[in-house]
Design a protein around this ligand. Structure first.
Ligand SMILES: C[S@@+](CC[C@H](N)C(=O)[O-])C[C@H]1O[C@@H](n2cnc3c(N)ncnc32)[C@H](O)[C@@H]1O
Length: 412
């Protein structure tokens, strides 16, 4: 039987208003876990393993699966993973500390834990990773996979490994995984989850390190990475990918194989309200044709893949801030209602082969409005952070590699 120490419960007996919501959540999670602690360790681990295998069985089946069925199976995987996290007995600090590093936001395990129920993101990645692994193992007896910034549940790989183990499609002799995360709470959760899933044989190492500095001793066949937020902002995807791409073998692959970051000028009401009337959930397959036709396309702002990463030149500005030059875009000059439009930026992710995560499929590919970018109009209260241009102007986009990564437009 498993039970929590009285000390971790006792440490939650105060209520600071600022963290009260988090505490309540944490207390509830731990209490529920205590209730479930009536299960033996073996029973709990079996339920956890089954939930991971069930999610991947649906995702990899290629038969049409109803949205609600997917959501249900992913919710179950989430519930089970959270139980495992509770048994890792994180302190409140380890659970909730969130901060900004030199390369981007370091999210707390408390906030990261939801990414395991992000159905269509995981679906696009898991299918792509599965195809890439199959392809690599046709020509090699074993491969090494590096998964930096994997978070507390490493949800792009651990469910897939559970599925491989259960179905005996691939063995731990064929797949060696290195998991890296800089957050101590994520590391503790990962260690517990790998133990509960009995996947230790597949995991070469769990490293507590900053992925923008980490240097693996092995050469890497597959680099799996998702450390981004909508509009390709806030998290350190680019800095991490740019650093780690050098450790890929010559024929090694990045997953995603390509991220295309695109810009559109939209009427906010049409894009974010009218388009979704009558829809139960947002997804690239549920977008509305007339709303999509109503957009004015600016084009690709940046594409991130193995080749662009290896060739990317950093510019260092006077104050030490580093930027990457992205694409130049000529603003269209024949759009009558341009002054009513806002810029949205979104990422289209090609994980591998034809597998993808499209706009609106998940939080990270959701188009992000940028309210500081004006064409053919001026904001009432102009601030120095606003960008003002006219149709016909050419805009050079840069990507800033700071604690708050994101795009900066500049007039050429
Ligand atoms: C949103 S969560 C994990 C997302 C995860 N890749 C997924 O697919 O669900 C972000 C995690 O990335 C980690 N992280 C962010 N930047 C990092 C860095 N530079 N080095 C290592 N870990 C990082 C954070 O500590 C956090 O655990």
């Amino acid at each position: 039987m498993e039970a929590h120490s009285s000390q971790s419960i006792a440490s939650l007996q105060y209520a600071d208003p600022q963290v009260d919501e988090l505490l309540k959540h944490s207390i509830r999670t731990q209490l529920e876990s205590l209730l479930k602690a009536k299960l033996t360790t073996e029973q709990r681990q079996l339920l956890l393993q089954k939930s991971f295998v069930d999610a991947m069985t649906l995702v990899l089946s290629y038969a049409k699966v109803e949205h609600l069925q997917l959501v249900k199976v992913f919710d179950n995987m989430y519930e089970q993973a959270v139980q495992s996290m509770a048994f890792a007995q994180l302190s409140q600090e380890q659970l909730t500390r969130q901060y900004v590093s030199a390369s981007g936001l370091i999210m707390s395990p408390h906030n990261c834990k939801h990414t395991i129920k992000d159905v269509y993101r995981i679906k696009g990645y898991a299918r792509g990773i599965d195809l890439a692994i199959q392809s690599k193992l046709k020509h090699a007896s074993s491969i090494t996979i590096l998964y930096p910034a994997c978070g507390p549940f490493a949800p792009l790989l651990l469910p897939l490994l559970s599925y491989y183990k259960d179905s005996q499609i691939f063995t731990s002799k064929q797949i060696n995984v290195i998991l890296v995360d800089v957050h101590p709470g994520a590391i503790l959760s990962l260690q517990q989850l790998v133990k509960d899933l009995q996947l230790d044989d597949f995991i070469l190492r769990i490293e507590a390190a900053d992925a923008t500095e980490y240097e693996p001793a092995e050469s890497i066949d597959l680099l799996v990475l998702e450390a981004m937020q909508h509009g390709f902002t806030k998290e350190g995807q680019l800095s991490i990918a740019k650093h780690l791409v050098q450790f890929l073998t010559l024929d090694g692959w990045m997953i995603p194989q390509n991220i295309s970051v695109r810009g559109e000028m939209v009427i906010g009401e049409t894009e974010f309200n009218q388009q979704w009337k009558g829809m139960d959930y947002s997804h690239s397959l549920n977008t509305n044709e007339s709303a999509q036709n109503n957009r004015v396309e600016l084009g690709e702002i940046l594409s991130i893949n193995k080749s662009t990463l290896l060739n990317m030149q950093e510019l260092e500005l006077q104050d030490g801030v580093k930027v990457i030059p992205a694409n130049q875009i000529m603003l269209p000059n024949d759009i009558q209602d341009m002054n009513k439009r806002i810029l949205v930026i979104y990422a289209h992710i090609n994980t591998f082969a034809d597998e993808e995560v499209g706009q609106y499929d998940c939080g990270v590919t959701h188009p992000r409005p940028d309210m500081t970018f004006y064409i053919d109009t001026k904001p009432r209260d102009i601030e120095h952070t606003h960008f003002v241009a006219n149709g016909g102007d050419t805009v050079q986009f840069y990507y800033q590699l700071t604690g708050l990564p994101g795009f900066i437009p500049a007039k050429v």
